[in-house]
Design a protein around this ligand. Structure first.
Ligand code: PLP
Length: 387
């Protein structure tokens, strides 16, 4: 019997090696990995540049506390702010911590400007923001919150895409609206650009903040952030997953305006932003900033989606919708998604489920068209089998 606490229904398989888009078991079975952690390893498994970075940095310095200036942390923060809406970055270890920090920063801002009554956050049904108590009750998914009461107060939930409900819910106590730019666990549901602009307008009109959770979507759509095509500027953006390329790394990006409450001692992390993590984060950006890297993500995403749509048209009783942007893709199925995923595993391809009977496809951003074709063949084979 395993001594690991049973909080996961683990599949009876383990992997001993990974390279790019593939994982290998001890006995040499090769799997096409379109989960990549869960959307974390954006450069695939064991990317040469990241391997070298970890080798070199691990010989120099792993960890010092945030009581000291960490040059690579300064550099990563500067690179992130130079290329985004943000003025400051607060480093964490995970997405949950990054969303939790976002909530704290929003509340502290209003406290600092003399409006402490503005401390409630509007969130959306079907959202996922992480597993700490506040993040759990922010999303209020009964499957995740059951037995973990008392409820953490401070969140007002509205249905997804219901602008009227948001308008009705905003009151004198509202501090912010928090939403995933693309709802990941909820089923790869995009918040369209016109809605993002509508949310921004609503926030401006009421003097409240807009928090866009990009933990799952950052880098993956072929934009630095998924919200960028909308042209809006959020106030706070938590990121994680892809930004560490598989190394535990989270961050919260904020504007100068909302940062005013976060003075020395107001937040902290023992590990967040340590030299090893920062070296990796910088190396992920080295690749991401290479000429045409993000443009190619868009092109590959288009190529993949077009082929997936062709399968959908051929098997309308199996796939009802291809969702997503760039290389963050969901297939909404008419057959059971668990069954579909299992059959894909028989064809040696790994995917991950989401709500609304969706399976998510998270190829690494360095995936080749040949590997995308391989995925298409495997998906089509499963459709044929289940038709
Ligand atoms: N926010 C979003 C949108 C996520 O998708 C996730 C994880 O899936 C989280 C927050 C929590 O991140 P982590 O699991 O790194 O704590």
């Amino acid at each position: 019997m395993s001594s690991v606490l049973g909080t996961y229904a683990r599949k009876a398989i383990s992997f001993t090696e990974g390279k790019g888009s593939y994982l290998f078991t001890e006995n040499g079975d090769k799997y096409l990995d379109f989960v990549q952690g869960i959307a974390t390893n954006i450069l695939g498994h064991c990317h040469e540049h990241l391997v070298k970075t970890i080798q070199n940095q691990s010989k120099k310095l792993w960890h010092v506390s945030n009581a000291f200036i960490i040059p690579d942390q300064e550099r990563l923060a500067k690179r992130l702010t130079d290329n985004t809406f943000a003025d400051f970055v607060c480093f964490q270890n995970s997405g949950t911590e990054a969303t939790e920090a976002s909530i704290k920063i929003a509340r502290k801002y209003f406290h600092k400007i003399g409006k402490p009554e503005k401390n409630r956050i509007i969130t959306f049904k079907g959202a996922f923001h992480g597993r700490t108590l506040a993040a759990l009750f922010a999303a209020s998914n009964p499957k995740h919150t059951e037995g973990f009461g008392p409820k953490v107060d401070g969140f007002d939930q509205v249905p997804f895409a219901d602008h009227e409900a948001i308008k009705k819910t905003i009151n004198k106590n509202t501090a912010a609206i928090m939403i995933e730019t693309i709802m990941g666990e909820g089923g790869i549901k995009i918040v369209p650009d016109f809605c993002l602009r509508g949310l921004r307008e609503m926030c401006d009109e009421h003097g409240i903040l807009l928090i866009l959770d990009e933990v799952q979507s950052a880098y993956r759509t072929g934009n630095f952030f998924a919200f960028e095509p909308s042209g809006i500027k959020p106030d706070i953006v938590p990121i994680a997953k892809g930004i560490g390329g598989g190394f535990p790394l989270g961050a919260c990006l904020v504007t100068k305006k909302v940062s005013v409450g976060m003075t020395a001692g107001t937040h902290g992390s023992t590990f967040g932003g340590n030299p090893l993590a920062m070296a990796v984060g910088n190396s992920v950006l080295d690749i991401l900033f290479e000429k045409d890297f993000l443009k190619n993500v868009k092109l590959k995403g288009k190529y993949f989606s077009q082929k997936l749509n062709r399968i959908k048209e051929k098997y309308p009783k199996i796939i009802t919708e291809v969702r997503g942007a760039g290389l963050m893709i969901g297939l909404k199925l008419l057959v059971d998604n668990t069954e579909f995923m299992k059959k894909l595993m028989d064809y040696k391809m790994l995917t991950v489920k989401a709500e609304e009977n969706v399976i998510r496809l998270f190829p690494p951003l360095i995936v080749s068209n040949n590997e995308l074709d391989e995925a298409i063949n495997k998906i089509e084979s499963v459709c044929k089998d289940m038709n």
